[in-house]
Write a protein that binds this ligand. Structure first.
Ligand SMILES: [Zn+2]
Length: 263
């Protein structure tokens, strides 16, 4: 059995970042309002090209000592690596206590269930009020949890669990949520899909991801969260950044540069 994962400590918490997918991607998806020439110039300046451009899905699994928490659940189905990797790590899915959902796209909620059976039968599933009201109330992947009274619709901002704070990060979807993890003086600012690529989306904050529901709002959110990361000196996580998606951002021109440091 194989699986790729990355372990790091955040204070007394054990974080495992699980690679749910890592496949060839199309960089044009991250630059929907850019010319091909402008995109190629950014790729070339960063040692990339369209043939070697990866699309990652990174899932954070947190063990606090008292709780086992997943932040989003990947694509689900036969291609997904979340469940096989948890098995490799000898983590019983039934032992997961909480799942926090950033937004309702299938690459984030697909692993919750097959619409009938919950993949994590004892986990409370938390989702923000706005995301739920606007586009998740009828989401089939949530149904097994709703039927088991395990669905929790949460305030858009504030602490959802001890040390895990929701930050409204609207734009990618109407109620998209970012998270701040804080434990024992250490922190991780989880951008989720507020920035979707660690090169293109950081270099050009004004370039829209093809799935951004409101590109102007998504761009403003991206800028605000990255400013917050620098001002507060936070380590950053991107759900779709190159695996494992953990690093720092440094102001660079009109945008930011991604710096990977071993945590
Ligand atoms: Zn996504």
């Amino acid at each position: 059995m194989t699986g790729s994962f990355y372990k790091m400590a955040l204070g007394s918490w054990a974080l495992t970042i699980i690679q749910d997918q890592y496949t060839q991607g199309d960089p044009a998806n991250f630059a929907a309002n850019a010319t091909a020439e402008a995109l190629d110039a950014v790729l070339t300046a960063n040692g990339l090209n369209r043939a070697v451009f990866k699309w990652a899905i990174n899932i954070v699994f947190i063990e606090t000592g008292e709780r086992r928490v997943l932040i989003d659940t990947g694509v689900g189905g036969d291609e997904a690596r979340l469940l096989p990797t948890l098995r490799l790590l000898e983590v019983d899915p039934a032992s997961v206590t909480d799942i926090l959902i950033s937004h309702s796209h299938m690459d984030h909620v697909g692993g919750l269930s097959d619409d009938v059976t919950a993949a994590f039968p004892n986990a409370a599933v938390m989702i923000g009020q706005t995301e739920f009201d606007v586009q998740a109330a009828a989401l089939s992947r949530l149904m097994p949890y709703a039927q088991a009274d395990l669905l929790r619709v949460m305030p858009d901002s504030g602490e959802w669990l001890p040390g895990i704070t929701a930050i409204p990060a609207f734009g990618h979807t109407p109620g998209h949520t970012a998270f701040l993890l804080e434990n024992d003086g250490e922190s991780l600012l989880m951008l989720m899909d507020a920035a979707n690529n660690n090169v293109v989306s950081l270099t050009r904050l004004d370039w829209a991801f093809r799935l951004d529901a409101d590109p102007a709002a998504a761009s403003a959110t991206r800028r605000a969260l990255l400013e917050k990361a620098v001002t507060e000196n936070r380590r950053v996580f991107g759900y779709h950044f190159a695996f494992p998606g953990v690093g720092f951002v440094v102001p660079d021109g009109a945008g930011y540069r991604w710096v990977v440091l071993t945590p």
